[in-house]
Design a protein around this ligand. Structure first.
Ligand code: UTP
Length: 290
């Protein structure tokens, strides 16, 4: 079995109901943060963490994602004819190389666990990463790259973790911690969306995972969990005790871009970081008295 994490799954089969009507004909993952769609941030993060194969689990109405990661001959020809060589080079620079990207269809949105299971034949018998594009993380070192360090040290499964307000535990998978060394917790248990009174901690799993292929055997059971969906958390929970399992409190700020307020905040945070936009945006905000 390969010991390096070479492949990543990007589940993009969700319906994005919280963002209707914007997501009626356009995938949620194509919503832009400043000038890049969410899915491109996730692919760039994976690439910076050493991922070489990008596997998208798509659904109906997601064709824009495939087009985004392909050549656009008409656009490229027009840019060339107009002498816009910088724009053309920039557009081509981040395209995955032929054969690096694959698509598998989740015919029904039966949950995140089901989406990951749909990619089992493309992963095979090796560790892999999962990135949820709507969880956007602003960090000096990309979050998945931080997690790779823990994977190299400890092996086994690694999930990204962050403290959330106690009253928000029912929005996340929550970790029962078996003790921590620095920012790395040994995971003793995982519960999907517990009510605050039932939550074993305030430590939530966010959308970055490094998983061992044995999780597919657990997903195979197709057990229905919280919200009537096949939950990745439930399958991961059954690996605890059989394999190393760690939760890493990452350095960085996470934005839930599947939520309107989180999406707006991410746009401000990413724009304020940029030299070409930050100063002007500060002036605009000042005009609003912010
Ligand atoms: P969400 O819980 O955000 O669901 O999924 P959603 O359908 O995308 O959005 P809302 O809640 O209706 O607004 C978390 C992640 O899991 C993927 C989504 O694309 C998202 O990245 N997902 C979810 C799938 O790929 N398939 C599913 O069946 C469910």
């Amino acid at each position: 079995m390969a010991t390096r994490v070479r492949k990543a799954i990007f589940p993009v089969g969700g319906l994005g109901t919280r963002f209707l009507p914007a997501t009626k004909a356009m995938p949620k993952e194509m919503l832009p943060i400043v000038d890049r769609p969410l899915i491109q941030y996730a692919v760039d993060e994976a690439r910076e963490a050493g991922i070489e194969e990008f596997i998208f689990v798509t659904g109906r109405g997601k064709a824009a994602i495939e087009d985004h990661f392909d050549h656009s001959f008409e656009l490229e020809q027009t840019l060339e004819a107009r002498g816009k060589s910088d724009e053309l080079a920039a557009l081509r620079a981040w395209l995955p190389k032929p054969g690096q990207i694959a698509y598998v269809r989740q015919q029904e949105p039966m949950g995140l666990g089901h989406a990951v299971w749909c990619a089992r034949h493309l992963i095979g018998d090796e560790p892999f990463a999962v990135l949820l594009a709507d969880d956007l993380i602003l960090a000096d070192t990309p979050c998945l790259k931080q997690m790779m360090t823990v994977f190299d040290d400890q092996g086994g499964n690694v999930v990204a973790a962050m403290e959330v307000p106690h009253e928000h535990t029912s929005r996340y998978g929550i970790i029962e911690t078996g003790g921590a060394e620095g920012e790395v917790h040994a995971v003793k248990g995982l519960v999907e969306k517990p009510a605050p009174d039932d939550a074993p901690s305030n430590l939530a799993v966010v959308g970055r995972y490094i998983l061992m292929p044995e999780v597919f055997g657990e997903l195979e059971r197709q057990d229905i969990g919280a919200g009537g969906e096949i939950q990745l958390t439930d399958a991961m929970a059954r690996l605890i005790g059989r394999q190393p399992f760690h939760g890493q409190v990452f350095e960085g700020q996470r934005f839930d871009c599947g939520d309107k307020l989180g999406f707006l905040e991410a746009n401000f945070a990413f724009a304020l970081e940029r030299e070409d936009l930050g100063p002007a945006l500060r002036q605009v905000l000042a005009a609003y008295g912010v």
